[in-house]
Design a protein around this ligand. Structure first.
Ligand code: PLP
Length: 628
């Protein structure tokens, strides 16, 4: 627990069981429910589902929707706030139908709605968010068709709010509304001066891509007034960035947003809603700090700052408390899914050891390197020894290129070099001061565990923006993890790796894992992938979408669960199809080539049939490694 911090980032959903396996508690109100990941893996395998898999815990999704809504309602009551809460879930964070359906269902008693930021998302929201009490907030850039779709929603009696991001959108909306004779509900998005801190701080400030300046907001309101439509202007929206690491940015944004709302009100524009956007962060590294992958506040504190902050300004300005809207996506979805992957091998620079005993006529580089190793204990200055050994290794490589040294001798020098490095590492493990050059030794001697997954498909943000996601072994947690390693995926891309981990209180480039045992499967979980990672993946190297299992717990047995649904991941055929191949034609072509070998008498017809079937099976198979 100290090493992996499961309870710190786990949000009450994950823990290490006494048997050394990681367990999930999908309903934090009932900690007696503990589903063992080992049992989940066993069931997955029994059902013939290949790893890697995405595991979705729908109970976790429901719990997060309930947490957010209940907390808003509770704090609103405690604060004596006169408005209510009408949150929305931004579909872009995870558009999977099953996810959106679960959120809408869990949110129905709270009037919790959806946010859409593109035409496709709007079409989905129109079909999914049928609850008349909930909002559908429409952000992002829009065309005339988009406006008409929003008005279709109005015609169906739905609370669709078109948030104007750009002045020209207003003109499009008014035109469509007049043509169709349907009144819109309009929001304006303010370009905030307060910037979030962290990776998404570009969402605010004068160079922000979205939103209206104060002058543009006033121009919009006045234009609506001229058109006799000022009563349609109902919502003020702002969003200062996702994963806000520092609570101070939120407090400042609320003050700024509340002031804009209050002054608009005093100018005669009586808005009903203030939408504070997303940004509620996740503590990915468990440090509860302003690190990029963390945040220094809780959901409770975030909500309290919104409610009390808004109340304070409104009371001072003597304007009504607006209905509060928030668009949390990450906080709703991050915990509900994880990726289970198998570690299928180990890569180590010093794994192959050649026999380095003395042979006649050996090169003096080999002899010198061996002497350094033999005299290690007596060497008074270990850094000097490191420098000399490193220099010999480099010189040996040059000598090899100049054909002075042969391949075998270079291999022996390499072996001796790594043996010296292992001794140096052991020596410096017990010493207080480690010279800078040698600090890297740990990393250079660490293993790389080869994982059957693709970083680009399952953890896009770790590659794109250096986001940290927790990785933990799913079993053997009752044994000390003695192998320091980074993780590499199976794509043919050296960027396909994970080498940033939270270990204890530190961010390191290696993670302690357990030594691989022959004949035993060793699985790791990549956690908190439910927000963005689940849906942003890329098919690099044609590794497609993962198989998915949806897990539910039984009410009557705290350790039991059932796989409610299996969503098959991409087959090789599927991914080839996307790239414009015709897998059927490919199979026919390959069959023709095999038949030619039969006709030429090179293989027997029965063998030919086997090869044809094999090719076709691979086409319809999974894109990841088959490990059983
Ligand atoms: N709303 C808007 C307008 C956004 O751009 C985003 C994401 O950046 C969100 C909501 C969701 O934010 P988060 O996932 O941080 O809750």
């Amino acid at each position: 627990e100290k090493t992996y911090g499961v309870s710190r980032w786990g949000g009450g959903y994950f823990r290490i069981g006494d048997n050394g396996n990681v367990k999930v508690t999908p309903d934090p109100n009932d900690p007696s429910i503990q589903i063992d990941f080992k049992s989940v893996i066993n069931d997955i395998k029994e059902e013939g589902i290949q790893l890697p898999v995405v595991v979705r815990f729908h109970d976790v999704l429901r719990a997060q929707v309930e947490n957010l809504n209940k907390l808003f309602n509770q704090i609103i009551e405690e604060a004596g706030y006169q408005g209510s809460y009408n949150g929305v879930y931004p579909i872009k964070v995870n558009q999977m139908r099953e996810v959106v359906e679960e959120i809408v269902d869990a949110g129905t008693p709270y009037g919790y709605g959806l946010e859409a930021g593109s035409k496709a998302e709007l079409l989905a929201a129109l079909a999914m968010n049928t609850n008349e009490d909930s909002l559908t907030i429409l952000n992002g850039y829009k065309d005339e068709e988009f406006m008409r779709l929003a008005l279709l929603g109005r015609m169906l009696g739905r609370r669709m709010v078109v948030v104007v991001e750009k002045y020209s959108e207003l003109l499009l909306l008014i035109k469509a509304s007049k043509q169709l004779g349907i009144e819109p509900i309009i929001g304006v998005r303010a370009k905030m001066t307060v910037k979030g801190r962290g990776k998404w701080e570009g969402s605010a400030g004068e160079r922000a891509k979205f939103g209206l300046t104060i002058a543009e907001i006033i121009k919009t309101a006045r234009h609506l007034e001229q058109e006799g439509m000022s009563h349609c202007l109902k919502l003020l929206h702002f969003h200062i960035g996702s994963q806000l690491t520092d609570i101070r940015a939120i407090k400042e944004a609320i003050t700024e947003g509340a002031r804009i709302y209050a002054d608009l009100h005093k100018m005669g524009f009586e808005l009903d809603y203030v939408d504070v956007g997303g940004g509620l962060g996740i503590d990915y590294d468990g440090s509860n700090s302003t690190n990029d992958s963390s945040r220094n506040y809780t959901m409770h504190e975030y909500i309290a700052d919104i409610v009390y902050g808004m109340k304070e300004v409104c009371d001072m300005e003597k304007v009504p408390h607006p209905t509060l809207v928030s668009e949390s996506g990450r906080a709703i979805t991050a915990h509900h899914s994880c990726v289970i992957m198998e570690i299928v091998g180990e890569i180590r620079s010093n794994s192959a050891e050649l026999d380095t005993s003395v042979v006649d006529g050996e090169h003096f580089f080999t002899k010198n390197m061996r002497e350094m190793l033999e005299n290690f204990d007596g060497a008074p200055n270990k850094q000097e020894l490191y420098n000399d050994a490193s220099q010999y290794k480099e010189q040996a490589l040059d000598a090899f290129k100049l054909r002075v040294l042969n391949l075998e001798e270079l291999g022996k020098i390499e072996t001796l070099y790594w043996q010296i490095m292992v001794k140096l590492k052991a020596f410096y493990a017990d010493v207080d001061f480690v010279p800078e050059d040698l600090l890297e030794l740990d990393y250079r001697l660490s293993s790389q565990y080869l994982c059957n997954f693709s970083v680009f498909q399952s953890a896009a943000d770790t590659w794109a923006i250096d986001q940290l996601l927790p990785v933990v072994p799913l079993m053997r947690m009752d044994e000390p993890p003695t192998v320091n390693c980074s993780l590499v995926d199976i794509t043919c891309d050296s960027d396909g790796k994970i080498d940033k981990f939270a270990v204890g209180r530190e961010i390191t480039n290696v993670l302690p894992m357990h030594p691989l045992k022959k004949g035993e499967h060793y699985y790791a979980g990549l956690f908190l992938t439910g927000a963005y990672q689940d849906v942003m993946g890329d098919m690099h190297n044609l590794f497609g979408r993962l198989n998915e299992v949806h897990i539910f717990s039984y009410d009557d047995d705290p350790e039991d669960f059932y796989i409610e649904e299996v969503v098959k991941g991409s087959s090789v055929e599927d991914v080839l199809h996307i790239m414009q191949y015709n897998p059927k034609a490919m199979a026919t072509d390959v069959k023709r080539l095999i038949d030619k070998q039969i006709s030429a008498g090179k293989i027997k017809p029965r063998e030919g049939v086997k090869w044809t079937d094999f090719y076709e099976n691979c086409l319809s198979g999974y894109t990841y490694l088959k490990t059983d």
